[in-house]
Design a protein around this ligand. Structure first.
Ligand code: F6P
Length: 549
């Protein structure tokens, strides 16, 4: 599907040959280029990225830029901003960037202006947030609606839940926000225990409004509301839908007046910028939500206009592809040194793995190179005391993103300096490692006898040369967070361009969903357990037996 497959094949071959020489040792790269940090770092929209501690030199980077060009990087990027149906298997445009553009630019899909609709929904969201905040939209008993429960899953949960947590210090006084996602009844039960129906606004967030988990939780919330003092007439005040599917919203019993719409060109995992972000706006206020959008817009502008060589999301994506497809690194760790970004790894797992977990290219062929990596992570320093052992001394090389803000949202004593010291120390240790000889000397210096020092040295040595990217913002404001998230979105998109896969569909999650429906009927009813593999059939029968006993 790329316009010049032979140019792509040529670039790919060149990179394969460079990879066959082995990744250049990081210490050599620094030794040979005193200006390395300046050459291998970029800043955009307030996000600074230092990728000097990755195994790329100018030859490799140039070859990667060549590959991006051969993959029509600019044309594909422009096609996205131009509203073309680049999500080819769902025949949809991909225009989440339009949601955060406050300029007078008009975005179109098939010649239709979508900007007017965006502004109309945003105006309604803003008015609604203000009415809830100043009490004009209150609860059925006249109490303020100071509690929000967002019911959604996947993109209708992870983005808003992650941002809510990240921007907690920006919360408007007195407001509480909860997120319910899992169909496990324990999830909603624990939230219902903490809220007052008279003061609670339920946001039913679902692009399709058919997702089993969300519909089940929404039904449970409604039943609880009705049995805890609310009544049918009060539903209109307390239940709001965030969706693209007006018919299903109406069927569920929510008045379309209480629905905030978005459109099929907003992918679920790219939807926090749309009506799906209403819980964020209710938490931090409309201007805070606009600041989030404007941060993302800053990164969009950079991504759209900056030539490849200075383009931050594109450059990081090229390094990701180098790591994954040429050096064979199968995972990537996301390590925010910021407790408020605790849900960022989970959010990025969906953003990245649902987008790049593809094995069929855009022309329908099975790819013959590795694509999306396994993404995992935890906030530092917690992760250091859990899985970093494997990052330092395990047999797999796992590139890491280290993320921090120079100034803490909340500065307590010298906590933030300590946090930053760890943010800086870990990448340094991962790169430098420690030789057997150095480990032996250290053991001797701490009083071990030579025999013990000899025995321990190999265990205490680190190979080093483990790649890391450091991402730094001044402070985690709504703008900075918006820019950081947009950076990741575009980085994912550019990887998909190089791999020639569609980053915007997710057919892989459908099969299991369908089977769950069949099994539910078997678990609930007297329907015979049929047409399953022997293992699944046995488990179903076993569970039924255990639930009867
Ligand atoms: O599990 C797949 C998925 O379709 C995600 O892509 C999406 O974010 C999530 O389910 C929730 O979908 P919806 O917003 O339609 O309820």
């Amino acid at each position: 599907m790329v316009t010049d497959p032979s140019a792509r094949a040529f670039s790919w071959k060149k990179l394969t040959a460079l990879a066959a020489e082995g990744p250049p040792p990081l210490s050599d790269l620094f030794d040979h280029n005193p200006g390395r940090v300046a050459h291998f770092s970029l800043e955009a929209a307030g996000v600074y990225a230092d990728y000097s501690k990755t195994p790329v030199n100018q030859t490799i980077l140039d070859a990667l830029y060549g590959l991006a060009r051969a993959c029509d990087f600019e044309a594909r990027r422009d096609a996205m901003f131009g509203g073309q149906r680049i999500n080819e298997t769902e025949e949809r445009a991909v225009l989440h960037v339009a949601l955060r553009d406050t300029s007078d630019r008009i975005y179109t899909v098939d010649g239709q202006n979508v900007t007017t609709d965006i502004h109309a929904v945003k105006d309604r969201m803003k008015a609604f947030v203000e009415k809830v905040h100043d009490g004009r939209h209150d609860g059925y008993g006249g109490a303020p609606l100071d509690t929000v429960v967002n019911i959604g899953i996947g993109g209708s949960d992870l983005g808003p839940a992650m941002v809510s947590r990240a921007l907690d210090p920006y919360t408007v006084d007195g407001r509480r926000t909860f997120y319910v996602s899992n169909v496990d009844g324990a999830d909603i039960a624990s939230v219902l225990r903490q809220i007052d129906p008279e003061r609670t606004l339920f946001l039913i967030a679902s692009k399709t409004f058919t997702t089993q988990e969300t519909m089940t939780n929404a039904e449970t919330a409604r039943n609880w509301f009705l049995s805890s003092g609310g009544n049918e007439a009060a539903i209109a005040k307390h239940f709001v839908a965030l969706s693209t599917n007006e018919a299903a919203v109406t069927d569920f019993g929510i008045d379309p007046e209480n629905m905030f719409a978005f459109w099929d060109w907003v992918g679920g995992r790219y939807s926090l910028w749309s009506a799906i972000g209403l819980s964020i706006a209710l938490q931090i206020g409309w201007s805070g939500f606009e600041d989030l959008l404007s941060g993302a817009r800053g990164m969009d502008r950079h991504f759209e206009t900056m030539p490849l060589e200075g383009n931050l999301p594109a450059s990081l994506a090229l390094i990701d592809v180098w790591h994954r497809s040429f050096l064979g690194y199968s995972a990537r760790a996301v390590l925010p040194y910021d407790q408020s970004l605790a849900r960022l790894p989970a959010y990025l797992q969906q953003a990245d793995m649902e987008s790049l977990g593809k094995r069929i290219d855009r022309s329908g062929q099975v790819v013959d190179y590795p694509t999306g990596a396994i993404v995992f992570g935890e906030p530092g320093t917690n992760g250091q005391h859990a899985f970093y052992q494997l990052l330092h001394q395990g047999t797999d090389v796992i590139p890491c993103d280290f993320i921090a803000a120079a100034c803490g949202q909340v500065e307590v004593g010298d906590h933030h300096e300590k946090l930053l010291a760890n943010f800086l120390a870990q990448p340094e240790a991962l790169m430098a490692g420690r030789s057997v000889e150095a480990a032996r000397s250290e053991a001797l210096a701490t009083g071990k006898n030579p025999e013990t020092a000899d025995r321990l040295a190999i265990h205490r040595s680190f190979p080093g040369d483990r790649p890391t990217i450091s991402l730094l913002v001044e402070r985690l404001t709504p703008e900075a967070l918006g820019a950081l998230l947009a950076l990741y979105e575009h980085r994912i998109f550019v990887q998909s361009i190089l791999w020639d896969i569609n980053a915007f569909d997710q057919w892989g999650v459908e099969l299991g969903k369908g089977l769950a429906k069949t099994i539910l009927a078997e678990l609930e009813g007297e329907v015979d357990v049929a047409s399953h593999d022997p293992s699944t059939a046995d488990l179903i029968r076993r569970i039924k037996r255990l639930r009867r006993e």
